[in-house]
Design a protein around this ligand. Structure first.
Ligand code: CMC
Length: 378
């Protein structure tokens, strides 16, 4: 009987529902947000436009964008009590702090229990606006500095860099960060979106769903790879050592971070946008070495492309952040900050046509054992 049950481990190849948020074709290397190509969006759209697109289903006109943008700018501050919580947990990993602070913010959001689509979108906008304030406040507190208040003259990406460093970024750096937020904004039913949907499917709430998403994104198999790629580049240290480093890992049965993807079996369409930026930024900063090291790693990994193992979105991201002076523990938070509109869009879809997400496990242990009282156990 049980031998007839087909187990789809890791839910590989299983469709759990329909969605209008994003389309991915892993054999063609294609990604669309709400029908629009990631290539157009990465090159032409602001993060604010993308967040609007994901939350409301269509690109905004100028007035809609202005209203949405000013709503985001007005929503950036976080309660002093949440800053205090950040101080208390400051020695934790920034993703743990972000998760804790988002959870704490639910106590200060008077719509927390309202799961209507309208309220969920409003909460998603607030969380999108507040996440950079949390991440940068923590980064500065950890360094013994005071948090920098949000600057309402700056857009989401520029303001993140401003709050992190205490000075306005260059236009180029702000645009790079924006592009990075755009390409991380949404990505089908990846593990963190699935976790967010599972939480939503119990009729929990957006804050709980985003907390679930953050906790799930943290793992190196999902969002943690950019940090590990940069750690690898630093360990390699120089281009000439890249080949032997990679071969050693592969010969030992290890994995090269920033390569491979559950869905993409050809180019991850997001990767190319960061590859060119990483090279340009390295040249501009007089530090071409990181791009060269990573290019060498990619070259050694080329034969693996025939097995569907190609550079993914995280491969070039780490070096780009490093060149901007962002500490490596924050890399994954950047992914999370970009992804909040995507998680929110999927949670609203889940709420709109809800079904409890509750698969089955095939029990594989002993049955009907005789119970032995504690005193009689050996
Ligand atoms: N380096 C070397 N070999 C690899 C790699 C890699 N990065 N990724 C997969 N493989 C091999 C793996 O060893 C296995 O080989 P074999 O069939 O001989 O045992 C085969 O490819 C299939 O691996 P899998 O783990 O069954 O495939 P998956 O679809 O479950 O894995 C993955 C997807 C992302 C977990 C995996 O590719 C990986 O661990 N990559 C490194 C971590 C990483 O870069 N993560 C970021 C993902 S992109 C960000 C996002 O969208 O979440």
């Amino acid at each position: 009987m049980t031998s007839e049950i087909e187990i789809k481990r890791g839910l590989q190849g299983v469709y759990i529902d329909r969605s209008k948020s994003s389309f991915i074709d892993g054999t063609e290397g294609k990604l669309l947000y709400r029908g629009y190509s990631i290539h157009d969006l990465a090159e032409k759209s602001s993060f604010e436009e993308i967040a609007y697109l994901l939350l409301y289903g269509e690109l905004p006109n100028k007035t809609q964008l202005e209203d949405f943008d000013s709503n985001l700018r007005d929503s950036r501050s976080i309660p002093a009590e949440v800053i205090e919580i950040i101080r208390v947990v400051k020695d934790s990993h920034p993703m743990d702090v972000l998760r804790t602070a988002v959870s704490a913010l639910s106590a200060y959001d008077n719509e927390v229990a309202d799961n209507s689509v309208e309220a969920t979108i409003r909460k998603g906008i607030r969380l999108t606006a507040q996440a950079p304030t949390i991440v940068t406040a923590h980064a500065r507190i950890k360094e013994g500095k005071d948090p920098v208040s949000p600057n309402s003259n700056l857009n989401q990406a520029a303001n993140f860099l401003y709050m992190l460093f205490g000075e306005e970024p260059t236009e180029q750096e702000a645009r790079l960060m924006e592009k990075d937020f755009v390409i991380h904004a949404e990505h089908g039913i990846n593990a963190s979106a699935f976790a967010a949907r599972v939480a939503a499917s119990t009729n929990s709430d957006l804050h709980s769903a985003v907390v679930s998403g953050i906790g799930t994104l943290k793992g190196p198999a999902h969002g943690g790879a950019a940090e590990e790629v940069m750690a690898m580049a630093l360990e390699i240290g120089e281009e000439e050592k890249a080949e032997s480093y990679v071969r050693n890992i592969l010969d030992g049965g290890g994995r090269i971070m920033g390569f491979g993807h559950r869905v993409y079996k050809v180019e991850d369409p997001r990767a190319r946008h960061l590859q060119t930026e990483c090279q340009a930024l390295g040249d501009q900063k007089g530090q071409p070495k990181w791009f060269r090291i990573l290019s060498k790693v990619a070259e050694v990994m080329e034969p693996y492309q025939s097995r569907g193992i190609c550079p993914n979105v995280d491969f070039w991201a780490g070096a780009m952040y490093h060149l901007m002076g962002i500490p490596k523990e924050l890399f994954i938070c950047i992914f999370a900050m970009g992804r909040i509109p995507g998680w929110t869009a999927q949670v609203t879809e889940q709420f709109s046509n809800n079904i409890l997400l509750r698969p089955l496990l095939l029990y594989d242990g002993p049955m009907d054992l005789p119970y032995v009282p504690l005193d009689d156990r050996k």
